[in-house]
Write a protein that binds this ligand. Sequence first.
Ligand SMILES: [Zn+2]
Ligand SMILES: [Zn+2]
Length: 143
Amino acid sequence: MDMYRGGCLCGAIRFEIEGRIGSIVYCHCSQCRKAQGSAFATNGIVRTIDFRLCSGQDKLTAYESTPGQTKFFCKVCGSPIMSRTDSQPEQVRVRLGTIESDIEERPMAHIFATSKANWEEITGMLPQYVSYEPGRIMTGNEE
Ligand SMILES: [Zn+2]
Ligand SMILES: [Zn+2]
């Protein structure tokens, strides 16, 4: 499989993903909506060892949105890149919109569906969950 490549809007931050992207979900929680400035975030799990920051290390800044849960973004252009949970250092949750390669994996669910913006209508056949998708280790309140 080819590597996935991505980066932030201004181009300072570039990254590569060597492995698979797992558990892709649309998260409609209030934190994701604010972090993305949109109706939802589309995030997928990548093993930390598979995620390689190629450039822009000095532009990557962090915000601890929930105790133990940190969102990383570009301090120049604001692109959200990924998040990390202290209790799960082996994985990061990548914001799929920053990946430029075609992605083979597909979203599997809508999570925090009842937290959605009142102007949003969730359509399609994917399952919708009130909280995390079944099987996710609970690590915090939201993404
Ligand atoms: Zn940037
Ligand atoms: Zn969320």
